[in-house]
Design a protein around this ligand. Structure first.
Ligand code: CTP
Ligand code: CA
Length: 226
């Protein structure tokens, strides 16, 4: 019964977590997505809930069961997630964006199934809204914003750029190409990056990684007296 062993040190905190992939429809039978399993975000939501927080989990379509005692808001597209997250942002103390949001979507969605023809097919794509960037532009001094960064090269450098560009308090960086890290498995190897420092965590289960992420966030918010 590990659960009862968690200290309720997040009691009174309102935390919104996003998890999973988004799906961008092409036509009634097809969509574009990514390999996100939702496991990292769900582990964070679970740990936050076990530690006493009031948790909202905005989740793209996943194959896993949401943790108990969290308020689940199911979404499909990047646009849905943008609306679900921005409309709830004001009430949150902490937002953790573990979701893998599409950067592009098909410019038009065909009403009918696209039929094959000879030759090649191109799909015109347009940018989605960057949810995290919007939150960074609108966050209050007393709100904590944590992003995730998925890279295949120059992980620290690129992640630090995202931290600055999106006005985040912390970014959790992982390299999908490292064994034991990334989307599918039950483990992760991440680096917690803040303006002032970098903490490289060892290979841990996603739940243990979630514990370390929340410890770090509590440490920083306590220092700031939030
Ligand atoms: N993110 C978001 N909205 C988007 C795209 C990304 O909120 N439209 C968030 C993700 O949830 C994640 C963070 O931004 O917390 C970084 O996502 P990532 O894909 O690693 O970085 P991008 O800024 O999208 O840049 P790129 O994909 O080009 O590396
Ligand atoms: Ca992206």
């Amino acid at each position: 019964l590990r659960e009862v062993a968690y200290e309720k040190d997040l009691k009174g905190k309102k935390i919104l977590v996003t998890a999973g992939p988004t799906q961008e429809p092409i036509d009634p039978v097809r969509y574009l997505t990514n390999h996100s399993s939702g496991k990292m975000g769900y582990a964070i939501a679970k740990v936050c809930s076990m530690r006493g927080a009031d948790v909202t989990l905005v989740s793209g379509k996943t194959a896993i069961k949401p943790p108990l005692f969290v308020n689940v808001v199911p979404v499909t597209t990047a646009r849905d997630m943008y609306e679900a997250v921005t409309s709830r942002f004001d009430q949150q103390d902490i937002v953790i964006k573990a979701a893998a949001v599409a950067d592009y979507r098909p410019k038009t969605i065909s009403d009918q199934k696209v039929k094959k023809a000879d030759g090649e097919l191109s799909i015109e794509m347009e940018r989605t809204d960057d949810i995290l960037k919007y939150l960074g532009e609108h966050k209050r001094e007393d709100q904590f914003l944590c992003g995730f960064s998925m890279e295949t090269e120059h992980m620290l450098e690129n992640s630090r750029k995202k931290l600055e560009k999106k006005n985040l308090d912390m970014i959790v960086a992982n390299n999908v190409k490292v064994e034991g890290a990334g989307f599918a498995g039950d483990t992760n190897i991440v680096t917690l990056i803040t303006k002032d420092d970098e903490t490289q965590l060892p290979l841990l289960s996603k739940e243990e990684t979630a514990v370390e992420i929340m410890n770090k966030i509590l440490e920083i918010t306590a220092e700031k007296g939030r």
